[in-house]
Design a binder for this molecule. Sequence first.
Ligand code: DGL
Length: 279
Amino acid sequence: MLPTVAGPIGIFDSGYGGLTVLSAIKSLLPQYDYLYLGDNARAPYGSRSFDTVYQFTREAVEWLFSSGCHLVILACNTASAKALRTIQQRDLPTIDPERRVLGVIRPTTERVAELTNSGHIGVLGTEGTIQSRSYEIEIYKLHPQLTISGEACPMWVPLVENREYDKPGADYFVRQHLEQLMAKDPQIDTIILGCTHYPLLLDKIRQHLPADTNVITQGSYVAESLKDYLSRHQEMDAKCTKGGTVHYYTTDASDKFNQLASIFLREKVDARQIKLEKL
Ligand code: DGL
């Protein structure tokens, strides 16, 4: 039986990346309570199969629901690309048709056209996100005139998860993938960081791009889209408690999570370790 009383908004990622989204959401909507879950023990998700990403994400969503969340944001592009639709269309009607799971791809694609002059967009993401072609599919639905090129950057999430994102060694992998992306389409003037871990590499990414290239991080777009969603869905807003708290959970050791999460968020984080399994 799932709890029926109002609860926090759940924010899920494979690891630390979703903290970049949580941070933007918290600053736009500080009044709500949040429950952040990082599946650090099983990150990265990016190179895993469709079935595995779906299974892991479903377990996380069920855990967040059973912890009192009525609304869950998949702050992970890989999970949004590979699991969101199945969870929304197949699972929610049987788990609880009144609960909602939202992703991060749609809010980003809705805004991209306003930034580009050339009409040529680059998307950087995990292998799973790029292979799914989710960004092309979503952007073409709204803006068929745009030209989209994708580049998978399989080393970038491990650089973040292993705290190497600001070390000199990271430059090699950042430059390599930016050069490969620009070689696919030299007219690209706007690049979507289609992985919530990548904003941690933003300084390095900017160093290797022309100064006038737009680099899109998702946090603020997801936050604005959530605000809009809650204002349009008063019945869901009423199920989200407003106490301004954040509780953190991780599937790996909490001391390790606390250390890195505190650096990312610039505030003390006190996470609890949990085990995710089929409920
Ligand atoms: N933050 C996830 C995303 O946005 C990272 C995926 C991974 O674990 O590889 O795609």
